[in-house]
Design a protein around this ligand. Structure first.
Ligand SMILES: [Zn+2]
Ligand SMILES: [Zn+2]
Length: 240
């Protein structure tokens, strides 16, 4: 079927327009996929913000960025596979806003490929996707954080707790808001279900993009209040 379709309607990369015939993905060519910029150390030990100084100039592996020193986030560690710019940004936009649902499986594979590197030292009890509001879910038809978390949970053999966090009110888009406005915007946006499960648990929040950490922070605060012992945040991309 794919071969026939390829013949009648040659697939093209949605980013650069080159043919993707006989390539693993019909929507994004190998060249664009390989141009994804990975997040590389040194980074802030807590929020994962890439640090400008060279690795040898960073005093300790536990070095934190100015923002984390000033206002420590309510989670232990945030890490992302790549930087939210260039082709990765475009790929996430295709998946998120243009309904190219098939891109979520290879994006979940990116999370899986770096999982041991970022989280191998933690005995995680469960993965918790950052929930999308039902209203957005209707517009977009799928919940990308849930799909990513489900793929990763299956690949890593870690339980998926998709019903622990729910959005209880819609938030306006975070685009264009400063960090303080973002924190304000998501305050009270989530509610906790099955709080008893979280007591003493080591949990990893899963989302597509980490911007200022406001959304992940709000989720982490709720999990912490329910007694979670350790909270990490793992995203496909991070704003550098
Ligand atoms: Zn391309
Ligand atoms: Zn930081």
């Amino acid at each position: 079927m794919r071969a026939l379709l390829d013949f009648l309607l040659p697939p093209r990369c949605r980013l650069c327009g080159r043919s993707t015939r006989r390539q693993p993905l019909p929507w994004v060519c190998q060249g664009c996929w390989l141009a994804i910029e990975y997040a590389t150390p040194p980074w802030c030990a807590q929020c994962g913000q890439p640090l400008a100084a060279p690795a040898e100039a960073i005093a300790s592996p536990g070095h934190r960025c100015g923002a984390c020193l000033l206002t420590p986030p309510p989670f232990e560690r945030a890490r992302a596979v790549g930087l939210y710019r260039g082709t990765l940004r475009e790929i996430l936009h295709l998946a998120k806003y243009q309904g190219v649902y098939g891109l979520l499986a290879p994006l979940a594979e990116l999370l899986q490929a770096q999982f041991a590197f970022h989280w191998g030292d933690i005995a995680l009890d469960a993965l918790v996707p950052v929930p999308l509001h039902r209203q957005r879910l209707r517009q977009r038809e799928f919940d990308q954080a849930l799909v990513l978390a489900r793929g990763l949970a299956r690949a890593c053999g870690i339980p998926l707790w998709a019903d622990v966090l729910v959005r209880q009110r819609a938030t306006v888009s975070q685009v264009g808001l400063n960090p303080a406005q973002r924190r304000q915007n998501v305050r009270g946006a989530f509610a906790l279900r099955h709080a008893e499960r979280c007591a003493g648990a080591a949990l990893l929040l899963i989302d597509d993009v980490y911007t200022t950490g406001a959304t992940a922070g709000e989720c982490a605060r709720l999990l912490r209040r329910a007694g979670a012992r350790w909270i990490g945040v793992y995203t496909v991309a991070r704003v550098a």
